[in-house]
Design a protein around this ligand. Structure first.
Ligand code: ADP
Ligand code: MG
Length: 283
């Protein structure tokens, strides 16, 4: 049975997502390819090719795919760090040709500045925007509270655990109030429990503030727990081979969503699509 049909028999489980079908398109990739020059090759080989997708305002979409298939390349193009070799990338209906003010990017590495206190790290984007010191302080304190870092504003990054540093990085990402978030495996270096708690905070904030997010993870259950929809990529040259709607409740509460019995079959389907285990000796 197709996944959509499986969920169609349980209509009471409509996803409580802030994103409705009429919401305008926020992120769009039109036939995007990216080739990187390689030593000794006259023609640059394509890392990704023929990538097409649209993400509506308020939607949370995850990309999953084998290592090296071009997931980070997609985010780098969405946030204006790389230019596509062919096709075009649009955010908010405008072609991306450089950094876009309403976009924020969060990486696996927290990239906090070690010489700044946590509060001043969170204020960084606001300083660049030229916001007044009094405003910055109020915004930073509010975010630190919401990211459960109250009491740590005057600490320095080295004094915090990995999970707390990643919370601070999340607070800094949200401080500029971006409409669109690109998140590249932000929790992959964390232990399983810390990761689930951070996912919970992220999911709630994305939901309450109706943010649009494109999330990369290699954790299949994480992708299902957080998303309205998944884009599954093939190996290099990466392209999207399947789109899966996650028609499950609790997009604002991944801890609850993780407990649903549908999670196992969905993760199994993703493993099949990604051929997990197929080409490897299992030890
Ligand atoms: P993923 O995030 O899915 O693991 P990446 O997007 O990082 O994959 O990389 C996809 C492919 O593109 C890889 O083969 C990688 O080596 C290549 N690549 C990515 N960025 C660059 C770059 N700046 N220069 C050259 N090759 C790159
Ligand atoms: Mg990557």
């Amino acid at each position: 049975m197709a996944v959509k049909e499986m969920y169609a028999i349980a209509p009471q489980w409509k996803t409580p997502s802030p994103c409705d079908a009429q919401a305008p398109t926020e992120i769009e990739f039109r036939n995007v390819g990216k080739a990187f020059a390689a030593k000794g090759q006259s023609q640059a080989p394509f890392a990704i090719r023929g990538v097409n997708f649209q993400i509506r305002r308020g939607e949370v979409v995850s990309i999953i795919g084998p290592s090296g298939c071009g997931k980070s390349t997609i985010l780098n193009m969405g946030s204006g760090l790389y230019r596509p070799s062919e096709g075009e990338v649009l955010v908010g209906g405008e072609r991306v040709v450089g950094p876009v003010p309403k976009v924020a990017f969060m990486l696996q590495k927290d990239l906090l500045m070690p010489w700044r206190s946590i509060r001043r790290n969170v204020e960084l984007g606001l300083e660049i925007q030229g916001r007044a010191a009094s405003d910055r302080k109020v915004i930073a304190q509010d975010l630190l509270n919401r990211c459960h870092l109250q009491g740590f504003a005057d600490h320095y990054p080295f004094q915090l655990s990995g999970g707390m540093r990643q919370r601070a990085a999340l607070a800094r990402t949200l401080a500029i109030d971006p409409q669109v978030l690109f998140l590249d495996e932000p929790f992959s270096a964390l232990d399983a429990q810390t990761k689930m708690i951070l996912q919970q905070d992220l999911a709630r904030m994305l939901f309450e503030e109706k943010k649009t997010a494109l999330f990369i993870t290699h954790d299949l259950v994480e992708a299902i727990a957080l998303s309205d929809r998944l884009l599954v990529m093939s190996a290099r040259p990466g392209t999207i081979i399947e789109e899966i709607e996650i028609d499950l409740p609790h997009r604002d509460n991944p801890l609850e969503r993780r407990k649903l019995p549908e999670i196992g079959p969905l993760a199994g389907r993703l493993m099949d699509l990604l051929h997990v285990g197929a080409d490897h000796e299992l030890h």
